[in-house]
Structures are given as structure tokens and as C-alpha cells.
Write a protein that binds this ligand. Structure first.
Ligand SMILES: Cc1cc2nc3c(=O)[nH]c(=O)nc-3n(C[C@H](O)[C@H](O)[C@H](O)COP(=O)(O)O)c2cc1C
Length: 400
């Protein structure tokens, strides 16, 4: 028998930890794992909020059964249909055939399309309410805070928000479930990585959602990944992280992401970094795009205002890992960055031209003069790298 965790009277945590999966969405590394959170309110009516990844259905269903303690399961509220949360739906419906599945019309379409379930679906509108007895639920549609059907559910008595993926983070819950039981700092970098990797493209919908929900008093943030946030300062911090990231606001600092096969292009990166430090910039992060998972590079690009990209010419194109990274930056509609670039070649340069095309497609502010190096570092190239580093530092310092 597996037991759920009682968070407070009427509220149970019945999520699970995944320490097995290597890549979230088969893309983003999970060195600290991830949790799939599900919650149950037990009132005159019972309501479950989201399910878990299908790999953990058995554990989840056992915990649910214990939490229900013989009561009927009345509602499943689906805030998000991505399979890491809806994966247990078919099994849940088989075990509790009379359950009412609550979602908006887009949810209903996906419930039918993914799981072939069309009966017992209660379609709600934005702002609609549902009473469980003592607890009252209000549904807020927040489209594209990841997927078009995403919504959040606000419980008005205890002021709890079931936020779906919003305010989520990578990292398993190792014993502690609420922020009071753990060191929240452990999760913040992983929250930024989660946001930038998974939600990063949707800055504007996240801003709309934050404005829509801004008037709500919130005592509990119950996300589908990571800790339950209950401490007022932590709640403010979590919301401010999402606010800042969705506005694409960066801190003072520079990410230099480069490709290099034999180290020549890397020397350009090193030279620029030395000058940035010389000028008083403390946060300088060099990422070798072949060595570091792009997941972390993207996280840092979301963190810092300065971005410098470097690449050798490779078969008349960009070095492949750099090209892939640029595509990932483009996909995320990255904004508000100070951008510089550099490149190298041996017989006919193409890297610089390709990065210039990328730069044109963004709204980044181009800083300094791009540096192109033939073969290896000459005094002229060295001076040009120093000049580029200085111009970037000056631009960042202007904002202090
Ligand atoms: C597989 C391969 C393909 C290359 N393709 C080109 C090319 O199309 N045009 C060019 O001018 N140089 C090309 N180069 C040369 C590199 O761009 C040049 O040597 C550069 O300085 C390498 O930088 P690195 O030392 O940082 O790896 C190629 C090198 C390799 C290994």
C-alpha cells in the first residue's frame, strides 16, 4: 500500500518522482530528475488536479486510492494535456468510470484525440466556477502558457492556485514537498532552466496570464513540477522569476557560446572574455557548444543580457552545434539582448555571414564590430577581439 502526502486538511499530494528519464521531452537533461505533481482535494465532492506520466501510473493510482479512503472520485481537473501530466488518464478512467473530466473545449478535443474519451467530459468556460462543498474552484484559461489548452484553477477558500506547468521546475522532491520542508535555493537555477527550455517561447502568453491572475491572493502555488510554494517571500520570488524571464529581462553578464574544433576560434572567445573581465564584468560564461548541453546554454542566455556567438566555418556553413544553438534561440523568440559575434575560416569564410543573417532575424542590439579571423590569432585579430569585448562591457555598464 502506498500513501499520499497530506499537505493540509483536505489537500493531498499524490505526485511521483522520476529519477530514471535521461531527457525531459527527449531533449533536456534531467541530472536531478523531475517530479510529476498531482493533487487531490477531498470535500463533499472530490477533485483531482492532473495525473502523472504513464510510467508512474501504478504508484499514482495506489496513492490516490488510499487518499480517497473509499470515497468516490468525482472530478479530474485537467490544467494541461501534455502526456507527462495526462499520461495516466486512460487508466484512471478505467478505474473510476464515473469521473467527470473538467477542462476547456481545447482540452476536450485533446482528451478525445489522445485517449479516445468523449463521455463524462465537462467543458468549462473562462472564469466559470465549480463548488466542491467547502472549496470553490474558478477556472482561468491561460492559453499557450505552454499549450493552447493550458489553464489554471484557483481554489478560493484556501487561496491555492493549481498552475499547471507554470512556476514549475526540474528536480525531484526528495522528501520535502513544500518549500517549508526544503532549501528553495536548490530549485531556482533548475526553474530558470525549465522555463527557458520548455516554456521559453511563450513570454507574451505568460505575461498575459500573470496580468490575468495578478489580482488573486495566493497562499499556495501547486505546480505540476517541483515544490509546492507556500512561504510568502518564496511565492513572490517564484512569480518574479517567471515575470522577469517572460519579459526577457537579463542581468548584467555575458554568455559567450562558441564552436571550435582545434582551438583557434576558442582563443577568440578567451580574448573577448579577458577584456570583459578587465572592464569589470563579473558574470562571464563561456560555453563550448559541443561540450555543454544546449539546455544549460539556453538557461544562461535567458539569465544574462549580453550574448556573443562564435563559430568556425565548416563546409561553407556554421559549425553544426552553433547552427543548432542559433535555431534554438530563434525558436524561443529571444528578445532584449546585446549581441556580438565572431568567426573563423581557412580559405573562404562563411560563419560570420551566417551569424549576421541570424542577427538580422532577431531584434537584438548589435554591439561592436564582428571579428573574422583567418586561420589563427594575429595581432590585428587580437586587437579586434579586445575592442569587441570592451564595447560589450561599455554597453552593459551604461545600464547600471
Ligand atoms: C571539416 C572541416 C570543414 C571546414 N570547412 C571550411 C570551409 O568550408 N571554409 C573554410 O574557409 N574553412 C573551413 N574549415 C577550416 C576551419 O574553418 C578553420 O580551420 C578554423 O580556423 C577552425 O577553427 P577551430 O580551430 O576553432 O576549430 C574546415 C575545417 C574542417 C575541419
Amino acid at each position: 500500500m502506498l500513501k499520499p502526502i497530506q499537505i493540509k486538511e483536505d489537500l493531498y499530494y499524490i505526485g511521483v518522482n522520476d529519477r530514471t528519464k535521461a531527457l525531459f521531452e527527449n531533449l533536456w537533461p534531467l541530472p536531478k530528475g523531475v517530479s510529476y505533481n498531482s493533487y487531490l482535494i477531498v470535500d463533499q465532492k472530490t477533485a483531482l488536479f492532473d495525473t502523472v506520466d504513464i510510467c508512474y501510473s501504478d504508484i499514482f493510482l495506489q496513492k490516490l486510492e488510499t487518499a480517497l479512503d473509499g470515497k468516490e472520485l468525482n472530478y479530474l481537473v485537467i490544467n494541461h494535456m501534455e502526456p507527462d501530466h495526462s499520461g495516466s488518464l486512460r487508466l484512471l478512467k478505467t478505474k473510476y468510470p464515473n469521473i467527470q473530466i473538467v477542462g476547456n473545449k481545447r482540452t476536450a478535443d485533446m482528451v478525445s484525440g489522445f485517449y479516445g474519451i468523449t463521455d463524462g467530459v465537462l467543458v468549462i468556460e473562462d472564469g466559470e466556477q465549480l463548488s466542491l462543498g467547502k472549496h470553490n474552484l474558478v477556472f482561468y484559461l491561460t492559453p499557450m502558457v505552454h499549450w493552447p489548452e493550458t489553464m489554471m484553477t484557483y481554489e478560493t477558500t484556501e487561496k491555492m492556485i493549481f498552475s499547471g506547468d507554470a512556476f514549475g521546475t526540474f528536480g525531484t522532491l526528495d522528501g520535502g514537498i513544500t518549500d517549508k520542508q526544503l532549501h528553495p535555493e536548490r530549485y531556482y537555477d533548475e526553474m530558470v532552466r525549465y522555463y527557458s527550455n520548455v516554456v521559453g517561447k511563450f513570454g507574451s502568453p505568460v505575461q498575459k496570464a500573470l496580468q490575468k491572475l495578478g489580482h488573486l491572493e495566493i497562499n499556495y502555488i501547486c505546480s505540476t513540477h517541483g515544490p509546492i510554494w507556500t512561504i510568502p517571500e518564496q511565492i513572490s520570488k517564484v512569480i518574479s522569476i517567471y515575470d522577469k524571464l517572460s519579459k526577457y529581462e537579463g542581468d548584467e553578464g555575458v554568455v559567450i557560446a562558441y564552436g571550435s574544433m582545434y582551438g583557434n576560434t576558442e582563443q577568440m572567445a578567451e580574448t573577448i572574455a579577458l577584456e570583459l573581465a578587465q572592464q569589470g564584468i563579473k558574470e562571464i560564461i563561456l560555453h563550448n557548444t559541443s561540450k555543454r548541453s544546449h539546455s544549460y546554454i539556453i538557461r544562461d542566455i535567458f539569465k544574462y543580457k549580453g550574448l556573443i556567438i562564435g563559430s568556425p566555418t565548416y563546409n561553407n556553413k556554421l559549425f553544426p552545434e552553433v547552427a543548432t544553438l542559433l535555431a534554438k534561440i530563434e525558436e524561443r523568440d529571444m528578445k532584449n539582448r546585446y549581441f556580438s559575434y565572431f568567426g573563423s575560416y581557412t580559405w573562404a569564410g562563411a560563419a560570420i555571414k551566417r551569424i549576421a543573417q541570424f542577427a538580422e532575424s532577431t531584434n537584438f542590439e548589435i554591439i561592436g564590430t564582428p571579428v573574422e579571423m583567418k586561420q589563427s590569432m594575429s595581432l590585428e585579430t587580437y586587437d579586434a577581439c579586445i575592442a569587441l569585448g570592451k564595447t560589450m562591457a561599455d554597453r552593459l555598464i551604461q545600464d547600471r
